[in-house]
Design a binder for this molecule. Structure first.
Ligand code: AMP
Length: 279
């Protein structure tokens, strides 16, 4: 399963022993499964064709599958292959035993600086790899991040990502994580992912995203103004705030570059080089 040659073979549901349900998404369900011959554990995502057709998501799903299959990185969830029957499409995914990062964050309220820095460094490595392959994720948020059995972060869900060398014009993504250039419907590029790293870093450390407001319209206004303030808490260091401030910059050209994030003193001091948390 894990090697490249097996990705080329034709799979069917008979090749898998299906276990319990891991979760339910907008377009289908995800089950723990085991490839019958090798006993290799995977997550099997089952998507109903009817749903995909109803929402006219055929192109997006195809794009998601093509992009995710081509990516090989320790912090990007592997898509080993897929198959379909008359009603369903099955995605054979790497199993992330730690589940959603979002749930871990909600449960603990906020993360310590070493934990937050480890996730931000892992994300930065993964995004640098994606950008090198001309993939802009555009929908990085805690719900799209999973954790493996060692607490290593895995970017999942490439539904909104796009493979492009030029600037894009489509409005997409989730409000709290949107970059100002997307809010203002301007052309955007790789720097939208860098902005999102700033939003996530804030949310990891404070437990809520920085531009939260009572209405969506107010969130958009706060993003466009970069209405950023830091609650007075003793938990967050000046270095962490400095990094967030250098990422949440309106002019996308002036945001810290991914390689500069990895050299930032707060990351160097706090991030686990293996990306695992806790040890
Ligand atoms: P999704 O349809 O991708 O939103 O997935 C629905 C839920 O299934 C997620 O919220 C996760 O809790 C779980 N899930 C999805 N993919 C995996 C995976 N590869 N490993 C473990 N759990 C997963």
């Amino acid at each position: 399963m894990a090697n490249d040659s097996s990705a080329k073979r034709e799979w069917s549901i008979n090749d898998f022993e299906i276990g319990y349900r891991l979760g339910k998404g907008k377009f289908g369900r995800v089950y723990l499964a085991r490839e019958a011959k090798s006993k290799y554990i995977v997550a099997l995502k089952v998507i109903f064709k009817e749903q995909i057709e109803k929402y006219q998501m055929q192109h997006q799903l195809k794009r998601e599958m093509t992009i995710q299959t081509s990516l090989r990185h320790p912090y990007v969830l592997r898509l080993y292959g897929w198959f379909h029957d008359a009603e369903r499409i099955f995605l054979i995914l790497e199993y992330a035993h730690g589940g959603e990062l979002y749930k871990v964050l909600r449960k603990s309220g906020r993360f310590s600086e070493p934990q937050a820095a480890t996730y931000i460094a892992s994300l930065t490595h993964a995004l640098a790899y994606c950008h090198e392959k001309n993939v802009i994720h555009r929908d990085i948020k805690p719900e799209n991040l999973l954790l493996d059995h060692e607490g290593r972060l895995k970017i999942a869900d490439f539904g909104w990502s796009v493979q492009s060398k030029s600037k894009r014009h489509t409005m997409c993504g989730t409000l709290d994580y949107l970059a100002p250039e997307m809010v203002e419907n301007k052309a955007h590029d790789y720097a939208v992912d860098t902005w999102t790293l700033g939003v996530l870093c804030y949310e990891f450390l404070y437990g809520a995203p920085p531009f939260e407001a009572d209405s969506q319209a107010d969130t958009l206004k706060r993003i466009a103004k970069v209405d950023l303030s830091f609650p007075s808490t003793p938990y967050v260091s000046a270095e962490a705030k400095a990094l967030i401030t250098q990422l949440l910059v309106k002019d996308s050209a002036k945001r810290l570059q991914l390689e500069q994030i990895l050299k930032h003193p707060w990351i160097v001091l706090n991030a686990d080089p293996d990306g695992t948390f806790p040890k």
